[in-house]
Design a protein around this ligand. Structure first.
Ligand code: SF4
Ligand code: SF4
Length: 517
């Protein structure tokens, strides 16, 4: 058993896990409509491949990758594409995005799958198949899995970490996945081992999930993997954060500004492992996931395996509806890191691990004002990223964004620990999120301006080079003309060409007559 370490800060929170674990995993019925956003991942937009009126089959690709950091989108059941337009999607900004709407025909007819024995595939072929399946990290970040694996493969991975630490309150979808699909998760770890050839594999599960630990241990015993072990880790929030989990398992701290690859580590979520197994063994792309629906304003909390694109309202119907009326407060994700939703008409997407349904009065709303910072230092004590949250707050509030970056703003994992302990009730994370999005917007605008300037400078350079070439050509011509023997310009040079030709014919005739004499 590996020796465990501690990370700085963190909080012990009331888990609220039991509410959604009293019933087993349920299969969600098909909705009447699916709304599939063309971008459900961190990265670039996809190109739509279907048109309105077209019939699509379950598993058919409806939007293809446009770049390396991208993930294809597939129809999650059969039906007719009825619309491709802007719809509100689940995003902290509440923005709309391009979505494909499918009128579900209820037949659930699947497209033919390209199935081969995964044991015969080379690592690069496996990555290509994972790419075609549109798989992203299912722990919530939704970063496309293939570029992560390619990068890990080229960097070299010493330790593969499988993350089954679902540390945020209320969320139990990974726990349910490990209880029900432990064998798929373990086989997925095996495929990752084949791709990345790590020296060891650590499968971390929080110690408040004994059923999951038991199911995964049995699956590992039935399908042994080289140098792999299951490690129960203490229940402390946010132990499931990538850098915090790395520290618990290895004692190593990922330096500021670096990624796990840089110290020979790669983390994957348990849900991603199961999705990889499905893609490689059955050819099924990522068209469904397990979602927790919980909170104090839903009748029957639980976990459902549900098709992507299903409206949240359909999931709420399956969960018995609102317990205290429909003026509920909906959150995508958990109470610490999730974000508020504008309504229940939004679709479930690849990153939707939990829909939290709360009563308005049980949500700790910002009163719109807060007390001043009293420099108590509590936020610094609990920050798992070892940041100085009060300094970040001062600079974010003053919009001194360069200073926020000096204090490593982008290392903040937005875990919310600092806000939770602040006696002045300062919504610290909101300040950090706002600062990050303004910095990103400014960087994007700067990138566009730099690109436009580079294009302009390139065009100016091209025109200058052309002008210089033309001048050089003219100069060479002038010099060539000057080098010709100084002879009088023949009057015929500029004569009428017809007259000149007649003159030449006359001269030839005259010469012929003289010869015959
Ligand atoms: S916890 Fe709140 S009041 Fe205390 S130092 Fe941090 S920001 Fe200031
Ligand atoms: S939200 Fe950011 S600053 Fe606050 S405790 Fe978490 S990592 Fe630290």
């Amino acid at each position: 058993m590996a020796k465990l370490h501690h990370f700085h800060g963190g909080l012990v929170l009331d888990g609220h896990k039991a509410e959604s674990l009293t019933r087993g995993l349920r299969q969600a019925s098909l909705p009447q409509k699916l709304i599939l956003p063309l971008r459900q991942h961190i990265g670039d937009y996809n190109k739509p491949l279907v048109g309105v009126g077209q019939r699509v089959l379950k598993g058919e690709t409806i939007a293809a990758c446009s770049s390396l950091i991208c993930a294809a989108v597939h129809a999650s059941t059969s039906g007719i594409v009825s619309e491709i337009s802007q719809f509100p999607v689940a995003h902290p900004s509440g923005q709309a995005d391009t979505c494909v709407v499918i009128d579900v025909d209820g037949e659930d007819e699947a497209a033919s799958a390209d199935i081969v024995d995964p044991g015969t595939l080379a690592p690069d072929e496996m990555i290509q198949r994972i790419c075609r399946a549109g798989i992203v990290g299912l722990g919530g970040a939704a970063f496309p899995t293939p570029p992560k694996l390619s990068r890990g493969k080229s960097h070299g991975v010493d330790t593969l970490i499988i993350n089954g630490v679902e540390c945020e309150p209320y969320i139990t979808c990974d726990d349910m996945l490990m209880r029900n699909y432990a064998a798929e998760v373990i086989r997925g770890c095996g495929y990752l081992q084949k791709i990345l050839t790590p020296r060891k594999t650590l499968i971390a599960i929080e110690d408040n999930k004994p059923e999951a630990i038991s199911a995964m241990s049995q699956a590992l015993a039935a399908h042994p993997l080289a140098a792999a072990e299951i490690i129960p880790v203490p229940t402390i929030y946010p132990a499931g954060g990538e850098k915090q989990l790395i520290q618990i398992l290895t004692g190593k701290e990922v330096p500021h500004g670096n990624l796990a690859f840089d110290i020979g580590l790669l983390c994957q979520n348990v849900g991603t492992c199961a999705a990889i197994t499905r893609a490689l063994e059955t050819g099924e792309p990522l068209i469904s996931r397990i979602v927790t629906c919980s909170g104090d304003n839903v009748v029957e909390p639980g976990n459902w395996e549900i098709r992507l694109g299903t409206p949240i309202s359909h999931l709420l119907e399956l969960a018995g509806g609102y317990r205290h009326g429909d003026d509920a407060y909906l959150v995508m994700g958990g109470p610490m890191m999730g974000f508020a939703l504008s309504g229940d008409n939004l679709p479930i997407v690849k990153s939707s691990n939990c829909i939290l349904v709360m009563r308005e009065e049980t949500i700790p709303h910002s009163p719109g004002y807060h007390d001043e910072c009293i420099r108590c230092g509590k936020c610094t004590e609990v920050c798992p990223a070892r940041l100085l949250p009060q300094q970040l707050y001062w600079h974010a509030r003053a919009r001194a964004y360069e200073r926020t970056q000096e204090y490593h703003l982008f290392e903040c994992i937005e875990c919310g620990c600092c806000s939770a302990v602040c006696p002045s009730q300062i919504p610290l994370v909101q300040y950090y999120r706002a600062a990050k999005s303004e910095i990103r917007a400014a960087q994007k605008a700067q990138f566009k301006a730099d690109r436009a300037r580079a294009r302009f400078e390139f065009r100016e350079h091209r025109l200058l080079v052309k002008k210089q070439r033309d001048e050089e050509r003219r100069r060479l011509k002038r010099e060539a003309l000057q080098k010709k023997p100084a002879q009088a310009v023949d009057a015929t040079t500029f004569a009428d060409p017809v007259q000149a030709a007649l003159e030449r014919v006359r001269e030839r005739k005259k010469a012929a007559q003289e010869e015959t004499r």
